[in-house]
Design a protein around this ligand. Structure first.
Ligand code: NAP
Length: 456
């Protein structure tokens, strides 16, 4: 049985690696998820047959409870709440790692060697931070707690002091593992640190935070693997830890920010006071005029953003795109790496509507195309098309790469009203002479446009 268990762990680890590889492209992402899920099933089976298990009742109860919560979240939480769902998943994963760590310490306490104590310490520290940090992220994203940065005097110093104190206790415990009250104090501090760490971070930066939390949860699991000598946990945890960290770095790069700026910069607190180069009047346009522009264009580029997700307009845009293509118009979809509220948000939505991957263009590919585009249709995007990021060095988002829709011949912006983007900044694009505003919910505007193009 031991060999069988180790064999399932080996196959599961290979499946995790291939799953991750496949997740790096939208074309193969679904296969990647299935491979990783199958790997997890194998790892669970491999664990259930191990001889260390004495009773199955609690395991079955945990499996049933976890499956019920997971299924409920998958079925009832809408696509737009995907970041919140991910935050909750991280909290649960990290809670599992922390509880395993606490129970190992409770059982073996004073007899623990330096190596196992180090692994346990990492496990409960990263785990504890991730549990409360992810719950805080969930609360901020869901508006249960104010989404803007919550700051106070001496905040960074307090956080740093708490971190140093926790780390000092951890080091002491490696040498004196029997100091049980210090162990539980360290767990408490880790929980507190998770809350304090996320408080000053604005909801707009939450996806970066969550991907960092993902990384911490992975490291906590890897440490669990070392503590209880479980190979699949070490491999899966390390993969999770490093992929989460790489993703955080990539997201920061796409926003032209550093990780330290995201964690300690209180982004969003400054945004409202910043100046914008917005000048002129917003010009409202009507469905029929836009439909004619599109129907007789050579090239139309759709630029989806967060509003596409809230309106669930992915099928409506696909329908309009298909109609235009059937009339000989070249249709492209421009994807900004941080459009929406999580990495790959737009890819997932458009894939759901079966928009062919060959029609999706990344920022570097599509930007040179805008000057030869007749109409750029901005669907609920704002920050990712804000020319201030390129033209105004004083803007809080200065330097963030943008989709340069303003270089197209005509720009039509579909949004409900005068709402700001997530950064809370004014967008000069909406005031430009070649921009027209088509107000209304993105889904109904797109459906009306389809109808009007059919008549054109
Ligand atoms: P955005 O800047 O948040 O703007 C979304 C726009 O959609 C709003 O101006 C809103 O205007 C409009 N809207 C909302 N609901 C709508 C509906 N039902 N129909 C039509 N329009 C609707 O979105 P974005 O351009 O996609 O930018 C993403 C932001 O999130 C960036 O600031 C980015 O840095 C940040 N972020 C993203 C990630 C990520 O991983 N994707 C990570 C970190 C940060 P109205 O209210 O007027 O309709």
């Amino acid at each position: 049985m031991m060999y069988f268990s180790e064999l399932t762990y080996l196959v599961a680890s290979i499946l995790f690696i291939f799953g991750l590889k496949a997740l790096s492209h939208p074309d193969t992402a679904r296969r990647g998820m299935n491979l990783a899920a199958f790997g997890m099933l194998l790892a669970i089976i491999g664990t259930l047959v191990r001889h260390e298990i004495v009773r199955y009742e609690w395991i079955v109860a945990g499996l049933v409870l976890g499956s019920v919560i997971g299924a409920a979240m998958a079925i009832w939480m809408p696509m737009t709440a995907m970041p919140e769902r991910t935050a909750l998943s991280h909290a649960f994963g990290a809670l599992a790692a922390t509880l395993v760590g606490i129970s190992e310490y409770y059982r073996h306490g004073a007899e623990l060697g330096a190596f196992t104590m180090t692994a346990l310490g990492f496990e409960v520290m990263f785990g504890g931070i991730t549990v409360t940090g992810s719950l805080m992220a969930f609360a901020k994203l869901g508006d249960l707690v104010r989404g803007t940065p919550i700051t106070y005097k001496g905040q960074n110093i307090l956080n740093m002091s708490l971190f140093v104190l926790t780390a000092a206790i951890f080091i002491y415990l490696i040498f004196v593992p029997s100091a049980s009250w210090l162990f539980y104090l360290m767990v408490g501090f880790a929980f507190l640190f998770g809350v304090l760490l996320v408080l000053p971070i604005g909801a707009a930066d939450m996806p970066v935070v969550m991907s960092l939390m993902n990384s911490y949860a992975g490291l906590a699991s890897a440490a669990t693997g070392f503590a209880i000598s479980n190979n699949v946990l070490i491999i899966a945890g390390t993969l999770d830890g490093f992929s989460g960290f790489i993703l955080s770095v990539l997201m920061c790069k796409a926003m032209n920010r550093s990780i330290t700026n995201v964690l300690f910069g209180a982004f969003g607190a400054v945004s409202t006071s910043s100046t914008s180069q917005a000048e002129g009047e917003m010009r409202e346009v009507h469905i029929e005029d836009v439909a004619i522009q599109m129907a007789y264009a050579r090239q139309v580029v759709f630029v989806p953003g967060y509003g596409l997700a809230t309106a669930q307009a992915q099928h409506a845009v696909r329908e309009l795109g298909d109609l235009l293509e059937s009339r000989g118009v070249t249709v492209k979809y421009a994807i900004h790496p941080v459009a929406g509220r999580m990495p790959g948000h737009m890819n997932v939505l458009l894939a759901e509507a079966d928009v062919p991957y060959s029609s999706l263009y990344e920022l570097e590919q599509i930007n040179p195309d805008f000057p030869s585009t007749d109409v750029a249709i901005v669907i609920g995007a704002n920050d990712v098309v804000n020319p201030d990021a390129r033209d105004n060095p004083n803007s809080p988002i200065a330097g963030m790469p943008i989709l340069e829709v303003d270089k197209a011949r005509f720009v039509i912006v579909l949004k409900r009203g005068k709402g700001k983007g997530f950064s809370g900044l004014e967008n000069p694009l909406f005031f430009k002479a070649n921009t027209g505003m088509l107000y209304g919910d993105a889904k109904s505007s797109l459906s009306n446009l389809t109808h009007a193009v059919q008549q054109a």
